[in-house]
Design a protein. Structure first.
Lengths: 112, 111
């Protein structure tokens, strides 16, 4: 039990669909992160929020839109994705926003 | 983008054996982190290192922050089947908060 939950665990969507990934942390942390994990590649940081403010956008295409309504919840809104966006999307949190410490189980996304 | 060199890429060992893996960077790091990821799960933080030369243990796991600040090592003693997974190193340099990640070492343990 890591204290970071993600839903859904699996998602299959067409390129014209709109869907959202949800992350919730129960650790009282102030920073939350979205990462993309693809085979044969290092983890890619996508977004960082610290005290609900976005502090990093790592040149992510606009078809990915994050939302952080409070320090415990983080969303990733998806629209008009491409097949190459298929990957494991991981949410993480940390107390101080310096580096992701605790990861959720991820959402396995397949874009058809 | 920048990445760490993590080796070996994979290991297949017998239960009870000790395991060593390492990460090297071309630049000086301030922090080294070691994670383990099991199938269907996210990475779990095992050990965090913040000072050159630091040696930290977590059960049968021991990690060291290299004195050059460009490398780190993870050792697992007396491996057991539940040690199976992918071990990642990550670190950051200077004032950059962004973690740089290795590609992982896949560990298989034969009971």
């Amino acid at each position: 039990e890591t204290g970071v939950t993600q839903t859904p665990r699996h998602l299959v969507m067409g390129m014209t669909n709109k869907k959202s990934l949800k992350c919730e942390q129960h650790l009282g942390h102030n920073a939350m992160y979205w990462y993309k994990q693809s085979a044969k590649k290092p983890l890619e940081l996508m977004f960082v929020y610290n005290f609900k403010e976005q502090t990093e956008n790592n040149s992510v295409p606009s078809r990915f839109s994050p939302e952080c309504p409070n320090s415990s919840h983080l969303f990733l809104h998806l629209h008009t994705l491409q097949p190459e966006d298929s990957a494991l999307y991981l949410c993480a949190s940390s107390l101080d926003g310096l580096a992701a410490k605790y990861f959720g189980p991820g959402t396995r996304l397949t874009v058809t | 983008g920048q990445q760490l060199n993590q080796s070996p890429q994979s290991m297949f060992i017998q239960e009870g054996e000790d395991v060593s893996m390492n990460c090297t960077s071309s630049s000086i790091f301030n922090t080294w982190l070691w994670y383990k990821q099991e199938p269907g799960e996210g990475p779990v933080l095992l050990i965090a290192l913040y000072k050159a030369g630091e040696l930290t243990s977590n059960g049968r796991l021991t990690a060291q922050f290299g004195i050059t600040r460009k490398d780190s090592f993870l050792n697992i003693s007396a491996s057991i089947p539940s040690d199976v997974g992918i071990y990642f190193c990550a670190g950051n340099a200077g004032n950059n908060r962004k973690l740089i990640w290795g590609l992982g070492t896949s560990l298989a343990v034969n009971p």
